[in-house]
Design a protein around this ligand. Structure first.
Ligand code: ADP
Length: 484
């Protein structure tokens, strides 16, 4: 079989190569005026001319515009230079249709044109090109080895991971290469991987020829084609370095935070002792019948007592927050069977003087069910006292606080409703965060932003939930739901 002369678009193919690979082909015979004098069924079908008279037609007119030009060029080369010409020609765009054509003289003033359908071939070439681009451009290292570990193919990323030009690795045995350059030989790992489908460990350190270290992971697919295996390498070095520095930063931050917490806890405990003395001696003075205080002194002493109690409350809250935050000492739940009403009344009693001072009336809703429940009454009281104090503190003049509850067999839900300032919607989610306070410019209400955090933490320790619904300017209802 002859190779054919001029070719600009495709690689040269022999006629038999083309006809063997493809199914449809067709012959056209024409003269030097490009008039068709014979066209077989195959050619008619390929050019969509089955029902048309073609004998005597000008050959280029039977083709589409682009194909027409290519055909003319080729035909003139054949006629003028008496050469064979082979060319790939696209005869339609939708659907894409490629033919290979071979034109050669077959006698005086006659020429033959062989058309062969090469669509399949074109598609294969396109797919191969795309795969090649993916292989070359991929950021993961790809190596194909044979049964003996010889590197058959590798992409540039693989060479980059191993710090060697990919051409240098081609043909090398991966076992030699790996054992030469690695702290931990990879050989056994990839063999294990190919055998069992998973690697022994997740990450490996490799030492490159320039002595730099890379942390890699890899996976493999056995027998991607006969006796050939695919190994895919990921370079984790950058990711690992970032992770390591984040861990170091986090440890440092934790250490600094622990030092601050310890300092705060120490100061808190130290302050409590003198503060207890101030409160204790103030109470002694207040109740001393033998040397009674004047009214003026009583008023001043009341201020000392109220400020000291406020300070004590603040210190206790901070210490409680530290305890919950660091989980240093977990207070064991002290579950008891109690009547709901008496457990809740105790909380109301604890805030009564506070409410009286602020002219706020406290109520328990009528007709609430009074049954026995299993609960930690001390923790419950801590939570309710906090919510009630807030309901008093953020209430309006002569406002009310109403407490009610619902029981559904497994849960107790308690509601603390006030007629106070209310909470703007955008703050409602945040008020349970430590130190979060809403600025009420016209009220100037004292606080630390810890109370609701403690409520939430305590409720969580009771395995319950907490929430609020509120309308700004009308009032708020805080609720807790705890298992009983
Ligand atoms: P504190 O009262 O010490 O500021 P809390 O954690 O108890 O801290 O409350 C956080 C914020 O939530 C308060 O600053 C207040 O703005 C708002 N808040 C809490 N309870 C109420 C309430 N019953 N009515 C209106 N606002 C409230």
């Amino acid at each position: 079989m002859k190779r054919i002369g001029i070719n600009s678009l495709s690689t040269l193919k022999t006629e038999s190569e083309i006809t063997q690979a493809d199914t449809s082909k067709g012959y056209i015979l024409f003269d030097s005026d490009l008039k068709v004098f014979s066209m077989d069924e195959g050619a008619r079908e390929m050019l969509g001319l089955t029902n048309q008279t073609v004998t005597g037609c000008f050959l280029p007119n039977l083709l589409k515009k682009d194909a027409y030009k290519i055909l003319l060029n080729c035909i003139y080369s054949v006629i003028q230079e008496d050469l064979f010409v082979q060319e790939d020609i696209k005869v339609s765009e939708h659907p894409v249709q490629w033919y290979n054509m071979i034109i050669h003289p077959i006698g005086k003033n006659s020429y033959s044109l062989l058309l062969v359908d090469i669509n399949q071939q074109k598609k294969l070439i396109e797919t191969k090109r795309k795969l090649q681009d993916i292989f070359e451009g991929s950021h993961v290292g790809i190596i194909i080895i044979d049964n003996k570990g010889k590197i058959i193919e590798l992409n540039p990323a693989a060479g980059c991971i191993f710090g060697v030009k990919s051409e240098k690795l081609n043909g090398e045995n991966i076992n030699n290469f790996v054992s030469k350059t690695n702290e931990v030989p990879l050989k056994e790992h990839w063999i294990h991987l190919l055998k069992y489908g998973k690697a022994k460990d997740n990450e490996y350190i490799i030492i490159r020829p320039d002595k730099s270290k890379r942390i890699i992971s890899f996976s493999a697919s056995k027998n991607i084609y006969e006796g050939h295996h695919l190994i895919i390498f990921h370079d984790l070095t950058l990711q690992k370095n970032i992770q390591d520095s984040l861990i170091i930063e986090r440890n440092e931050a934790e250490r600094a935070s622990k030092t601050k917490t310890n300092f705060l806890a120490m100061i808190g405990h130290e302050l409590r002792t003198p503060l207890n003395s101030i409160i204790g001696y103030s109470q002694v003075l207040e109740e001393d019948k033998r040397e009674p205080l004047t009214d003026k002194q009583k008023t001043r002493l009341a201020k000392i007592l109220s400020s000291s109690r406020h300070l004590m409350q603040l210190i206790n809250n901070i210490l409680e927050l530290i305890r919950i935050d660091t989980k240093t000492e977990t207070i064991n739940a002290n579950i008891k069977t109690v009547r709901i009403k008496s457990a809740i009344s105790e909380s109301l009693q604890a805030v009564k003087s506070n409410a009286d001072d602020s002219d706020i009336s406290l109520h328990i809703e009528k007709d609430v069910e009074d049954i026995s429940i299993n609960i930690d009454p001390i923790r419950l009281q801590q939570v309710l006292v906090n919510l009630l104090n807030n309901a008093i503190k953020y209430n309006k003049n002569k406002g009310t606080v109403t407490l009610y509850w619902r029981v559904d067999g497994r849960y107790l839900a308690i509601f603390v409703k006030d007629t106070g300032l209310g909470i703007p919607f955008e703050h409602q989610e945040n008020i349970f965060e430590p130190f979060y306070r809403i600025n009420h410019p016209s009220y100037n209400i004292e606080g630390t932003g810890i109370g609701l955090t403690l409520v939430k933490q305590n409720v969580l320790e009771m395995k319950g939930t907490v929430g609020v619904s509120s309308i700004e300017g009308t009032g708020s209802t805080f609720w807790i739901k705890v298992p009983i």
